[in-house]
Design a protein around this ligand. Structure first.
Ligand SMILES: NC(=O)c1ccc[n+]([C@@H]2O[C@H](COP(=O)([O-])OP(=O)(O)OC[C@H]3O[C@@H](n4cnc5c(N)ncnc54)[C@H](O)[C@@H]3O)[C@@H](O)[C@H]2O)c1
Length: 477
């Protein structure tokens, strides 16, 4: 058991605090927002994340996890994890003011020899810079970079089952002390220098964003030449050098991390004299996806009086209530500005979306959002949308256009039901203007080979993406 403190009770801080207490450590979580501290003390979580509530309740009840706004409590911690925001500044660079503010609050309280573990995503050199601060040198504090790779929506699982734990430190003793905190996890510990740890985090996010933007670019080519982007993704994803994750085309990536991290990496590169045309293109292609969806919707409602567009899903990905950087909100805002009535549903993100975009009609029931709509956009592939009774929906909608912003619905079925299904690079037949797809129609036995729809006989998504369509890989952090 190691006494630790976690600064920040947001998506990363709260998950870190809950999971470290679950691993057997005594955790104090310091949060500057008093309302959150009071709510957490009463067992109310400020965020939705599967499995988190149970961990917080259990460990708080057992006395292993406490919440406070009092930095004095960091005096008992051997290590203090920093998990405060690093948003985009006006010029795209990472705004480090929250991290520096947290350091200022911490330093007067912590004991000499305490390790400050930076979990926030910070530009290369931040850890070195903090370690050189006179106040930090005087307090004899060690600074370690320990970037976090969890994905919202599966954050608890990801924290407890990481692919690797990265510890960027300047001394073997600091590596050993932080590694001890993670000792009960079955994960390789990757000990590197602070700068490499910091750069690895940005590289991971930028690379994932790049894969999605690249496939989105290919999806436009697929649409133009009447090829099928799902088949293309499946085929290239089966190449072991490439792998199947993050190849799904659609509205693109969002969230609180990819957009700001791509910009921050590009900005930091530029300040070091490095040119980043790939990162800039990755960002631009992503912005085009939302515009493309809006165009499809505007086309569908053209000429209709008092048009109504329904949006299914507002969170930037399923299983979270986080709407930061959500493509759905950008599209909704554009439509509202054009005088279109937008009705939206989301199982968990209505409150957060309402704070950002008050002029949308929010509905607590998906059918109510769809009732009377001229077109619908599936923006977030929550599992419940796969179970919608689309026959009922067809009867209740005024129009018939379904824009599948996640290439997740069964386009052939929707066309059969009388919808006009629009996707991002799926084959023309799926979109309702061709014959049945070839995939799956060839009898392997007549060919004397092992040809199958997807190479292993399972349903295409299971084979190609390792998950049902309800599980998003398209957006993570
Ligand atoms: N969200 C993710 O999925 C994710 C994944 C990996 C890394 N990260 C990185 O982790 C960091 C935190 O992200 P987040 O999404 O958890 O942010 P968040 O906004 O959800 O939470 C941050 C919390 O820190 C609190 N806070 C701010 N300043 C504070 C201070 N001085 N003292 C105490 N509390 C303070 C805020 O009130 C808030 O509750 C960012 O750098 C982000 O890039 C995020």
């Amino acid at each position: 058991m190691v006494p630790v403190a976690v600064v920040g009770a947001g998506y990363v801080g709260l998950v870190t605090a809950a999971c470290l207490s679950e691993l057997g450590h005594r955790v104090t979580c310091i949060e500057v927002d008093e309302t959150k501290v009071i709510a957490l003390g009463a067992g109310d979580l400020p965020i939705h994340e599967p499995g988190l509530r149970e961990l917080v309740w259990k460990n708080a009840r057992d006395g292993h996890l406490q919440f406070t706004g009092d930095y004095e409590r960091t005096r008992y911690a051997e290590s203090v994890f920093i998990a405060v925001p690093t948003p985009s500044g006006d010029d795209g660079s990472a705004d480090l003011s929250y991290v520096l503010q947290a350091m200022d609050s911490l330093v007067p309280h912590v004991q000499p020899g305490t390790i400050i573990v930076i979990k926030s995503t910070v530009p290369v050199g931040t850890g070195d810079g903090i370690a050189r601060l006179q106040s930090v040198l005087n307090a004899r504090i060690e600074v370690v970079s320990n970037p976090e790779f969890l994905r919202q929506g599966t954050a608890v699982h990801d924290f407890l089952h990481p692919d690797r734990v990265v510890i960027g430190a300047e001394s073997a003793e600091a590596v050993e002390r932080v590694a001890r905190i993670y000792a009960s996890l079955e994960a390789p510990i990757i000990a590197v220098d602070r700068r490499s740890a910091e750069l690895a985090k940005y590289t991971a996010n930028a690379l994932l964003a790049t894969r999605i933007s690249f496939m989105n670019e290919i999806s436009h080519i697929a649409a133009a030449v009447n090829a099928d982007i799902d088949d293309v993704a499946r085929i290239v994803g089966m190449d072991r050098r490439i792998g199947p994750a993050f190849l799904r085309s659609g509205l693109g990536w969002g969230g609180s991390c990819f957009p700001k991290d791509v910009l921050a990496l590009s900005s930091a590169a530029s300040s070091h004299g490095c040119y980043t045309p790939i990162l800039q293109a990755v960002y631009e292609v992503n912005q085009l996806q939302g515009k493309h969806a809006a165009e499809l919707l505007l086309e569908a409602i053209s000429g209709i009086d008092d048009p109504i567009v329904a949006i299914l899903g507002l969170a930037f990905k399923p299983n979270t209530d986080d709407v930061r950087g959500s493509p759905a909100l950008g599209i909704a805002q554009q439509l509202v500005e054009e005088g279109i009535i937008v009705r939206a549903h989301d199982p968990f993100a209505l409150v957060n979306a309402g704070l950002v975009l008050p002029d949308v009609e929010y509905r607590e029931d998906a059918y109510s959002a769809l009732d009377g709509a001229d077109a619908v956009l599936l923006a977030t592939e929550w599992e419940e949308y796969y179970d919608l009774d689309w026959i009922l929906v067809r009867e209740s909608m005024r129009g018939k256009t379904v824009v599948d912003g996640r290439n997740a619905l069964n386009g052939v079925l929707l066309n059969e039901l009388g919808f006009l299904y629009r996707s991002f690079g799926r084959a023309a037949q799926t979109n309702g203007n061709g014959s049945a797809p070839h995939a799956g129609t060839i009898d392997a036995s007549t060919l004397g080979g092992t040809m199958q729809t997807n190479g292993n006989g399972a349903a295409p998504y299971e084979a190609a993406f390792g998950s049902p369509p309800g599980v998003s890989e398209a957006v993570a952090e």
